[in-house]
Design a binder for this molecule. Structure first.
Ligand code: SME
Length: 156
């Protein structure tokens, strides 16, 4: 993983342990930190599995332009596909993806990484970029690590 991502992971782990405010606002803190520190991350947010309605994702904390997609059924769009398959999806050019829910015309690419807690899918991290093809394996590993930290620190 690249040095920037490694240093962000260290900083996040340390803040969640030592800064009560970061811990309390955990998911929002992650959105704000990633959006601020990573140039190509233009929208950073969480979709969480609904506790009331089966097979539905609900928009959680995010940083970036507001989206109409505050609820997404499993299977629908990139987020819904990740919820169904429980596997990361990287869309380097959103125009090539048929099952896609557009949030803004500025968005060119997207990565969505599932968060699995004790074997159960609980939500996902969703990143949009205004650039085409900015995402690589590093991003998947990095975002999986973020998910692991959130589980370890009992944030999700
Ligand atoms: N593009 C997503 C919808 C969520 S927005 O990116 C915030 C999708 O296709 O599921």
């Amino acid at each position: 993983m690249n040095e920037l991502y490694k240093s962000i992971l260290q900083e996040i782990e340390s803040d969640l342990k030592n800064a009560p405010e970061a811990k309390r606002q955990c998911l929002q803190y992650i959105c704000d930190t990633l959006k601020e520190k990573i140039e190509d991350y233009d929208w950073v947010g969480f979709y969480l599995v609904s506790e009331k309605i089966p097979e539905l994702l609900e928009l959680g904390p995010f940083n970036g332009a507001p989206t109409d997609h505050t609820e997404i059924p499993f299977g629908k769009g990139v987020c819904g596909q990740v919820a169904s398959k429980k596997k990361t999806m990287i869309i380097q050019d959103v125009r090539q993806e048929e099952n896609y829910l557009a949030c803004s015309i500025d968005v060119k690419s997207e990565i969505v990484v599932p968060i699995i807690k004790e074997g159960k899918f609980v939500g996902e991290i969703d990143i949009d970029s205004h650039k085409k093809s900015p995402f690589g394996e590093d991003d998947e590993t990095f975002l999986q690590e973020i998910g692991k930290i959130l589980i370890k620190e009992d944030c999700i």
